[in-house]
Design a protein around this ligand. Sequence first.
Ligand code: PLP
Length: 385
Amino acid sequence: MTYLDHNATSPLLPEARVAWLDAEDRFPGNPSSPHRLGTRADAALDQARQRLAAILGCSPPDIVWTSGATEACNTVLHHTAARASAAPVCVSAIEHPAVLETARHLFRDRLHLIPVGRDGVADLAWLTHHLARERPALVALMAANNETGVLQPWREAQERCTAAGAAFFCDATQWCGRLPARGLGACDFVAGSAHKFGGPRGVGFLKTPSGSPLLPLFHGGQQQEGRRAGTENLPGILALVAAFEACEARLASEGTLPARRAMRDRFERDLLAALPSATVTGAGAERLWNTINVVMPEVADCRQRWVVKLDKAGFAVSTGSACASGSEQPSHVLTAMGRRADEAGRALRFSAGWLTPDSAWHDLLRAIVALQPEMAGTGSVADAR
Ligand code: PLP
């Protein structure tokens, strides 16, 4: 099977597997236990915090380990809701449901959506104008969109929020491990998740503002300075850090990113040449090198059929986000970009990982071209020639 669904979850990198197994053997103790095995586990946890802080550019105590990005996002929004009695929040219209749904639930009519342009980039001018009028309790803008890969102006948004005295939250779940993480430490809150960059599932982190208390989402233990109750997943955390460092090392090597972008661009060019009525979502914007979102040509019930047919042909690909793909609703990301519901329903997402070979893209293209007459035969004839 050729796996092109890394934005849903990315298989464990070898470096993470080694770190995980090593930690299971070396650190059997609970970091909260008073004996030597506990102390040793606690010291390993401290070291992991230092290594992650070095990648993000923040202080080690700012890091809170979580079960993943959904928990990190919920923590930020619950913390904000409990502290801001009447203040509104601004959240981009294309956030992952972990942010958007939680903000809707907690803030209801105090939620302002930051619009995006047709290219999928959040409207900074809107944010600047809004900040001049009122000070929200929180502004949330993701670093890179999970469905389209479109990069967001989070650095500029962070600067503007800091200047306006508003807390800034960046969900960097799809950015971490794919683009250099430096600079993220300047954001008040940052969410990340190991399984998106080759670490294990069920472990993530939240970067919090230095020196300020965080209201815990969970109660029942004093772990992590009372900020997150529950025994820390030490092997998972050490594997997270190992995977993150391995990705950063790849990113630091000269020529890596241009080569990866060239791979993506070549596939898109060849795909559009083969299917002239397909369109690449966010084509005009800067995007992650690993993500391609294509609105496929019009045919009856195209979305399901492409995914199923490609699956049978040996390719694991996705429609929109992993969480949205089972639902009947058109993607909120694509509709926020001005796509019609029927177009959003025809979107396919291909997302690669560091170990995806160049040949995967060639093979995928060949499979799509081979399936296309069959697909076109079931509906519109736009690309049937
Ligand atoms: N935020 C973004 C941008 C995501 O893409 C995802 C997962 O798809 C999440 C948050 C939730 O991550 P997790 O699976 O770690 O809860």
